[in-house]
Design a binder for this molecule. Structure first.
Ligand SMILES: Nc1ncnc2c1ncn2[C@@H]1O[C@H](COP(=O)(O)OP(=O)(O)OP(=O)(O)O)[C@@H](O)[C@H]1O
Ligand SMILES: [Mg+2]
Length: 361
C-alpha cells in the first residue's frame, strides 16, 4: 500500500490536517506532544487493527468534538482507492464508498506495519511478547491462522482445568487422552505455521540488520521449542510430560511455551544487548515483517516507525533515512537536524496538531 494523501479531522489534537506524503521516506518532526504519534496512529488505523497505543476508540476523537474522521487516498492491488474511518464511540469504515461491517474489513486492503517504542519489549521482555509478535504477524498474512490459534488456546485451557480435576477423579484420564490427541494435532499445525513464517523472516530481518550494523554485527533468530528442539513430535512430549503436568496442574510443553531466540554475535540480545543493539534487532524484526508481508501477499505495506531514532548512532540512523529503498516509510523524530541528513523523500514539521512545514528534499 502507498498512502497518497490522508486527511485528519477532529482526530486527537488535530482539528484539520492534510498530509501528502512521498512514496519514499517521510519524516515527521516536531517537539514533544505536538501530534507526531497521532499522525502515525491515524495511518495505522487503516490497517483495520486497533490503535498500537491500545487506545479505546472514543479516545481518538478530539476533546470536545462529537466525532473524528480520517480519509485516505491510497494505491494498493495496482489501483487507486479511497478509504474513510469515522470514530465516535466506535470506529466505522468505508472502502471505495462502500460501508464495511466493521473496521476489520480493512484488513488486507490497506497494509501497514508499525514500530513504536513499546515494541522494544520484543527483545527485552519474556517469551510471551515474542510469541505475540509472531502470532500477530502471521494473522496479518494468513487469515486461517487466527482460528487455529484460538482453538489451540481453548484446548490448553480445557486441558489445564482437566489436569486440576483428574487427581480427584481418575475416570477423567480417558478424557485427558482425547484432549491430548487434539492438543497435539492443533499444536503441531501451529508449529508448522510458525516455523514456515520464521524461515522467511530470518533472511529478511538478517539482511536489514546487516545493513544497519554495516555488517559488523550478526543477528541470528531461531524458533525455540520448549523441550522440543531434539525434534521430538509434540505428541510424544505431551505424553512424556503428562505426570509432571498433573502434578503442576498446567500444560508445560507446546507452542504456548515456545520462544524466538534472538542473538547478536552469538550472545543473547535480551541479556547482553546494548540499548542500540536491542533497538536495532527490534527494528530489523519489524522491517523483516514488512518484507515477508510483501513476499506472501504481493503488497508492500506502509512502514510506520515511531520514535525509532533515539539511541541509534548516526550510521544506523542513516541506514533508516537513506537506505530503505522502494518502500514507503514514515518516521517521527524530535530533532530537526535529522531531516538535514536525508537524501530524498519529504519532511513535515508539526506543531500543536498543525503542519507548519511540508518540504520535498
Ligand atoms: N482525544 C484528544 N483530544 C485532544 N488532544 C489529544 C487527544 N488525545 C491526545 N491528545 C494530545 O495530543 C498531544 C500530542 O500527542 P502525540 O503523542 O502525537 O505527541 P508526539 O508529537 O508524538 O510527542 P512525543 O515526541 O512526546 O512522542 C498530547 O499532548 C495529548 O494530550
Ligand atoms: Mg510520539
Amino acid at each position: 500500500m502507498t498512502v497518497n494523501r490522508i486527511e485528519y479531522k477532529n482526530y486527537r489534537n488535530i482539528e484539520t490536517l492534510t498530509l501528502e506524503p512521498s512514496d519514499g521516506v517521510n519524516v515527521i518532526y516536531g517537539e514533544n506532544a505536538q501530534g507526531k504519534t497521532n499522525l502515525m496512529e491515524g495511518i495505522w488505523l487503516f490497517s483495520g487493527l486497533k490503535s498500537f497505543r491500545g487506545a479505546k476508540d472514543a479516545e481518538l476523537v478530539r476533546f470536545g468534538c462529537g466525532f473524528g474522521r480520517l480519509k485516505m487516498d491510497f494505491s494498493a492491488g495496482g489501483r487507486d482507492q479511497k478509504a474513510e474511518i469515522t470514530v465516535d464511540a466506535r470506529r466505522k469504515a468505508k472502502l471505495n464508498g462502500v460501508e464495511l461491517p466493521s473496521c476489520a474489513g480493512l484488513m488486507g486492503k490497506c497494509s501497514a506495519v508499525v514500530f513504536s517504542p513499546t515494541f522494544l519489549n520484543i527483545v527485552k521482555n519474556g517469551p510471551e511478547e515474542r510469541r505475540r509478535f509472531l502470532d500477530a504477524a502471521i494473522c496479518q498474512v494468513k487469515p486461517a491462522y487466527a482460528p487455529l490459534l484460538a482453538s489451540y488456546h481453548r484446548l490448553v485451557k480445557q486441558r489445564n482445568s482437566l489436569l486440576r480435576d483428574v487427581q480427584f477423579e481418575s475416570s477423567l484420564l480417558d478424557m485427558l487422552d482425547v484432549i491430548d490427541e487434539r492438543l497435539a494435532d492443533a499444536g503441531e499445525a501451529l508449529i508448522r505455521e510458525r516455523s514456515s513464517y520464521i524461515e522467511r523472516l530470518i533472511p529478511a530481518a538478517k539482511a536489514i540488520h546487516d545493513g544497519f550494523s554495516g555488517g559488523k554485527e550478526e543477528m541470528t533468530l531461531a524458533y525455540l521449542r520448549k523441550n522440543g528442539n531434539s525434534g521430538k513430535p509434540l505428541r510424544e512430549l505431551i505424553k512424556e510430560n503428562r505426570r509432571n503436568d498433573i502434578l503442576g496442574r498446567t500444560t508445560s510443553v507446546g507452542p504456548h511455551r515456545d520462544d524466538i531466540d534472538i542473538k547478536i554475535n552469538g550472545i543473547s540480545a535480551r541479556s547482553f544487548g546494548s540499548q542500540g543493539q536491542q533497538r536495532s534487532c527490534a527494528v530489523a524484526l519489524k522491517l523483516g515483517e514488512a518484507a515477508v508481508m510483501k513476499q506472501i501477499t504481493g503488497e508492500q505495506p506502509a512502514v510506520l516507525l515511531d520514535d525509532v531514532m533515539s539511541e541509534l548512532d548516526s550510521g544506523r540512523q542513516d541506514y533508516i533515512l537513506n537506505h530503505i529503498k522502494g518502500w514507503q516509510v514514515f518516521i517521527t523524530c524530535c530533532e530537526p537536524s535529522t531531516v538535514l541528513r536525508m537524501c530524498g523523500g519529504k519532511t513535515f514539521h508539526i506543531h500543536s496538531g498543525e503542519l507548519t512545514k511540508a518540504e520535498e528534499n
